[in-house]
Design a protein around this ligand. Sequence first.
Ligand SMILES: Nc1ncnc2c1ncn2[C@@H]1O[C@H](COP(=O)(O)OP(=O)(O)OP(=O)(O)O)[C@@H](O)[C@H]1O
Length: 231
Amino acid sequence: MADPVVRMRAVHKAFNVGLPNETEVLHGIDLDLQPGQFCAVMGPSGSGKSTLLNIVGLLDRPTSGTLAIAGEETTALDDRALTRLRGHAIGFVFQYHYLLSAFTALENVMMPMLGDAGFPNEAMRVRAAELLDSVGLKKWQDNLTGHLSGGQQQRVAVARALAMNPALLLADEPTGNLDTKSADAVFELLRSVNRAHGMAILFVTHNAALSQRCDSIIQVVDGMVLDREAA
Ligand SMILES: Nc1ncnc2c1ncn2[C@@H]1O[C@H](COP(=O)(O)OP(=O)(O)OP(=O)(O)O)[C@@H](O)[C@H]1O
């Protein structure tokens, strides 16, 4: 059987370690995500969902516990190795898209590919154009992202997250800032890229209706995973 895309064991995370205001936010989390699995992450505000996602995304390190991404144990990796693994294995979509508004949609989608020796310039351009086409933005590829609507910008962000064909997509409230119709469209887009590209997705949301349309749901409450339900 293929390695899980995420295998987390007994992960604790504390902030301000050693200081009087030390706080433990995650209290021993176990999490497995299989290739192609689309999993919603729910839970009250402040329960630790973003902290969990930042650790899975190798943006922050656990205080203790282990984490393997795509079969590679990460605990002992240095920052450079973590950055390399992150760049190749993980795509991110956040609530705020963090696009570069003075660059075109095409240029934004090419950004993650820059510096990757495997992509000569023309191949980067072709791949970025294909990705924008796949998210319904072919016509808009040469527009500055600052001139696109919120829903369109989030589509560019999804295309950019797919640039390196990651095994894992992390989406932290990607629909949180959008009206219902645009939120639904971005969710459907994630669903379709999940089916078409087969990458696993962790999708943080406060939207119960959307979570029911995922393959599974985990509930984070007070820094613990409370229960898992099949959606
Ligand atoms: N860098 C930090 N330093 C200290 N405390 C932090 C830090 N980051 C997060 N926290 C604390 O960790 C707890 C969990 O925060 P987190 O952002 O993970 O929650 P969340 O479930 O994603 O919340 P929301 O749904 O509101 O986005 C909060 O009490 C927060 O104040």
